[in-house]
Design a binder for this molecule. Structure first.
Ligand SMILES: NC(=O)c1ccc[n+]([C@@H]2O[C@H](COP(=O)([O-])OP(=O)(O)OC[C@H]3O[C@@H](n4cnc5c(N)ncnc54)[C@H](OP(=O)(O)O)[C@@H]3O)[C@@H](O)[C@H]2O)c1
Length: 226
């Protein structure tokens, strides 16, 4: 996020907050997870690939008995997903779309040939979504935004670790998206989160907050193969 807490600008084009060092760190973190989740607006606005970029990291995953890429996951209430977006590319990654019950048929028609569509209930609750992912073997889920999704995972106390990177500039424009929206968060002045580690990466800083006792300080999350 920017110094003033924004994760995007207000214009059409994607705002680059991170630097190359941090993009590489994100790639390393991705290579250590079972699934990556983003909200449908992030799929629409940013059109992210959500893949592990580094070939060595992909090989390392395969040696550990894991798929080359983590499973891509998104969630939608209105079902407005474009089958030509990079999320659905034929890239070897498994895909899951959780939709509100009322748009499951629509999603099946639109993207059912490219992904598994899951009826997430009405409304979709992140706790149940996370439990469903656990039932599918996902043990480490990386939630990469945007603000609406961050807010729900954090407010529902589902997060073991928050990795917050602060870029050295302000956004300060009306209509830009913040890191989180308004909610009753489990961390407040009477219950402070634990700052577990900090790291400077060029001109940005990484703050790692331990939000549960499951926080794992292993840098690359190297775990034995399942
Ligand atoms: N700086 C960063 O690191 C970073 C990372 C990621 C994203 N971003 C930015 O964040 C912005 C998007 O953030 P955002 O907060 O607007 O959106 P978001 O969190 O990416 O997605 C929100 C959308 O996800 C779906 N959704 C969320 N909760 C749901 C639920 N409980 N049940 C069903 N569907 C649900 C809905 O999709 P439908 O509208 O389809 O119903 C909702 O409109 C983008 O502009 C992107 O650039 C920045």
């Amino acid at each position: 996020m920017s110094i003033d807490g924004y994760i995007d600008g207000a214009s059409e084009s994607r705002l680059m907050l991170s630097n190359e060092l941090d993009f590489d760190r994100v790639d390393r973190v991705r290579s250590g997870v079972d699934a990556i989740l983003v909200g449908a607006t992030t799929v629409r606005n940013d059109n992210p690939r959500l893949l592990v970029r580094d070939p060595g990291r992909r090989r390392h995953r395969v040696r550990r008995g894991l798929p080359e890429h983590p499973t891509k996951v998104t969630v939608t209430e209105r079902g407005r997903l474009d089958p030509s977006s990079r999320f659905f590319a034929h890239d070897g990654a498994d895909k899951l779309v959780y939709g509100s019950s009322c748009v499951v048929d629509l999603l099946q028609r639109r993207v059912g040939h490219l992904t598994e569509v899951v009826d997430g209930g009405e409304p979709v609750r992140m706790r149940e979504l996370a439990e469903d992912l656990h039932g599918r073997g996902v043990r480490r889920l990386m939630v990469e935004g945007g603000g609406a999704v961050h807010t729900q995972f954090l407010a529902d106390d589902l997060v073991d670790e928050l990795q917050l990177v602060v870029a050295p500039f302000f956004v300060g424009v009306p209509g830009a998206r913040r890191f989180v929206g308004e909610a009753r968060f489990p961390w407040h002045p009477d219950r402070r989160a634990r700052l577990a580690a900090t790291e400077q990466l060029g001109d940005v800083v990484l703050l790692r907050y331990a939000l549960s006792e499951r926080y794992d300080d292993t840098p690359d999350f190297v775990r034995p193969a399942r």
